[in-house]
Design a protein around this ligand. Structure first.
Ligand SMILES: [Ca+2]
Ligand SMILES: [Ca+2]
Length: 222
């Protein structure tokens, strides 16, 4: 019943619709920040590959990626997985007394971000490690509620509609009355969609497809 042209137009519509509606994980091309600090152990970004020295506290790391986007999410508290010997742990830890972590993420293309999730340790203050109290993204503040438990946890900011290619995030230490807490993060993820350069051409294809339908109908009628 449907002509081939009509079918292709229909498929194009479905593809366009699905690519714009459903949020999928976005790839971070690189992130820049100060390396983590040393406490009982070294809480560095051990897998960071880019500029800077990831074996020096607060060394400025740039142009690469590491622990925060490697897909490895800590499932245990910092004191259990950040060993002084052997492979280093999954967290990057910052002592907020030396400055709050500030991270610049680069996506390398235009994206629309719908949600951001931070995978953090929640030790309820053990060793001074707390869930971050909130983040600043650009000039907007988002606050987090510290779960009652003390397991590593995920903090998600949803309902976003941020059209960006770069994003800056300041992460505040836990508890409002202390500036000397530790923040431990093992992963930060972004969900949304790529603002594909193919979209205008898809629209062009749709237009051509519709034009084709009209021509076919005209021929049938004529
Ligand atoms: Ca990780
Ligand atoms: Ca807690």
């Amino acid at each position: 019943m449907f002509s081939g042209v009509y079918k292709s137009v229909l498929i194009s519509f479905v593809l366009l619709f699905s690519s714009t509606v459903f949020a999928t994980p976005l790839t971070v091309q690189s992130y820049d920040m100060q390396n983590g600090d040393t406490g009982s152990y070294n809480y560095w970004d051990d897998s960071y590959a880019g500029s800077g020295d990831n074996t020096v506290d607060r060394s400025y790391l740039s142009g690469g990626t590491g622990d925060l986007t490697d897909g490895i999410i800590a499932t245990e508290n910092w004191n259990l997985v950040e060993s002084p010997v052997g492979p280093h742990g999954p967290y990057v830890g910052w002592y907020t007394f030396r400055g709050i972590p500030s991270i610049d993420f680069h996506f390398g293309q235009n994206v629309v971000i719908n949600s951001i999730t931070l995978y953090v340790d929640d030790s309820n203050g053990y060793g001074g490690v707390f869930v971050p109290s909130g983040v600043n993204i650009g000039s907007t503040s988002y606050s987090f509620t510290d779960p009652v438990g003390s397991e590593p946890t995920a903090l998600t900011i949803s309902g976003l509609d941020l059209m960006v290619s770069d994003l800056s995030m300041d992460i505040f230490g836990g508890t409002a009355n202390r500036n000397n807490t530790w923040v431990f993060i093992s992963e930060i993820t972004f969900d949304g969609r790529i603002l594909s350069v193919a979209e205008p051409s898809t629209i062009l294809l749709l237009s051509l497809g519709l034009l084709g339908v009209f021509r076919v109908r005209k021929q049938l009628n004529g």
